[in-house]
Design a protein around this ligand. Sequence first.
Ligand SMILES: [Zn+2]
Length: 120
Amino acid sequence: MTHICNALIVSCIDFRFQKFIQKWLAKNFKNKTYDYVGFAGSTKDLKTILKQLDVSVRLHKIKQAVLIHHEDCGAYGKDSTPDRHAKDLLTAKKTVQKKYPQLRLALYYIHLDGKFEKVN
Ligand SMILES: [Zn+2]
């Protein structure tokens, strides 16, 4: 039996952002399916996230990954600046693309008010 899904969503565990993420997913992944991993700092510990991504690719044949960081992240402490988050997201993207060139990647930074900002 194979069961496949569209995407892997990676975000921080921070409870303050979960309702924003759920709302965003309901809108943007309306008729799609996804694996979801919540980890403090999201892709900060890239090794851990890559392990989860490997499973998603291998078992669920995902075509896309969405990496989400957020403002005021406790896992980053005083280093939680927009620049630092953008830098880490782009590093994660580069690393993932090297391993899985066929995977589409989207990067986002969520503000405290729930606004999703695309990181390029
Ligand atoms: Zn966080």
